[in-house]
Design a binder for this molecule. Structure first.
Ligand code: SF4
Ligand code: SF4
Length: 188
């Protein structure tokens, strides 16, 4: 694995390489933060015009059944109205299900499934696919306008999700970001 300063671009992660994501993310942490800083000067609407089609294209290229990283490492949010459905899928009463499988974020009170890997993951597939929570359907949240403002949280998923990884690398390319340029050169 080369260092971030020497990493060639563009880079895409392919099926069979997903285990490399955490290490690559570590080596590119500073690089990704420099990209984030560079993009601050790009108007949000212009960023979306470029970024949303790229995200769509990268999403279509990945087969999630060969990955399931998010189901192993991201605790999905659960809406109150989703609890009865999830409880039914687990063949449990809502109260028992909530007690065993749901926690609430301190401060926000947002409920989430705390078990990792997710209790509904079987092999690499969601066993409740048609009933999965909205937050699972939406992940990795690339399809909504205002992507620029979510870039920091997306970078946190760079080590998890191949779609995020490939989208971010494609964005670096599209916006002419150089992994080797000094911060001063990027300001020019
Ligand atoms: S509910 Fe399904 S899609 Fe959501 S984390 Fe669990 S296994 Fe994955
Ligand atoms: S959304 Fe991302 S992390 Fe989740 S299964 Fe698909 S490619 Fe993997």
């Amino acid at each position: 694995m080369s260092s971030s300063a020497g990493s060639p671009l563009p880079v895409r992660i392919a099926a069979g390489q997903y285990a490399l994501l955490p290490e690559i993310a570590r080596t590119r942490r500073e690089e990704n933060l420099r990209f984030l800083r560079m993009i601050q000067s790009v108007p949000s609407e212009r960023f979306d015009r470029v970024a949303l089609p790229i995200a769509q294209e990268q999403t279509e290229r990945i087969d999630c059944t060969l990955c399931a990283n998010c189901c192993r490492s991201v605790q999905p949010g659960v809406l109150p109205e989703e609890l009865p459905v999830l409880a039914r899928c687990a063949h449990m009463e809502v109260t028992s299900f909530s007690r065993q499988w749901v926690k609430k974020e301190a401060g926000t009170g947002i409920a989430y499934l705390h078990q990792l890997p997710c209790l509904f993951l079987q092999e690499n597939r969601c066993s409740i696919y048609n009933d999965r929570p909205l937050s699972c359907r939406d992940y990795p949240h690339l399809q909504h306008p205002g992507l620029k403002f979510r870039l920091r949280s997306l970078i946190s998923q760079y080590s998890v999700c191949p779609i995020v990884f490939n989208t971010l690398e494609a964005l670096k390319e599209a916006f002419g970001f150089s992994a080797t340029a000094s911060p001063n050169e990027e300001k020019k």
